[in-house]
Write a protein that binds this ligand. Structure first.
Ligand code: RTP
Ligand code: MG
Length: 145
């Protein structure tokens, strides 16, 4: 007799400023809901520069860091906390490859993005990143228990 423990996990997802400006918010939330992830936090948010620098801290020594922070603070984003089985990898897979040129049709980046810099959405890349990013973008009281 085997017992399979299915672990529900939380991840941080974001619709980047280009996605919000282009009116893709409802389409992206539709895909999340149809997939079956639970939305446990949601807000329209103008990211302060310090928060953006912290969020993308792992890229602080890269040549594109300045542009990345300028872009992510260029307009409001939709910050989303998602919950579900395998939500971290699952949401990354729904987004597709970082470079839209390599993102498969059917993925968010594959369907909606053409530029590496403006690639519509974000998703945490590991359990550690998810925990860190959720705490950076949401207070405890903004998340459903
Ligand atoms: P994100 O963090 O935004 O969800 O994207 P990601 O995990 O798929 O990619 P990551 O390596 O974390 O890079 C963060 C963002 O930086 C821009 N980027 N530009 N010019 C370049 O070589 C380059 N590499 C990354 C992309 O906009 C990417 O989403
Ligand atoms: Mg990343």
């Amino acid at each position: 007799c085997f017992t399979l423990w299915i672990m529900s996990e939380r991840t941080f997802a974001m619709i980047k400023p280009d996605g919000v400006k282009r009116g893709l918010t409802a389409e992206i939330l539709r895909r999340i809901e149809h997939k079956g992830y639970r939305v446990v936090g949601l807000k329209l948010y103008q990211i302060p520069r310090e928060v953006a620098e912290n969020h993308y801290g792992e890229h602080s020594d890269k040549p594109f860091f300045g542009e990345l922070v300028d872009f992510i603070t260029s307009g409001p984003v939709v910050a989303i906390a998602l919950e579900g089985e395998n939500a971290i990898a699952g949401w990354r897979s729904m987004m597709g490859a970082t470079n839209p040129a390599n993102a498969a049709p059917g993925t968010i980046r594959g369907d909606f993005a053409t530029s590496m810099g403006e690639n519509v959405s974000h998703g945490s890349d590991s359990p550690e990143s998810a925990e860190r990013e959720l705490a950076l973008f949401f207070s405890d009281s903004e998340l459903i228990k």
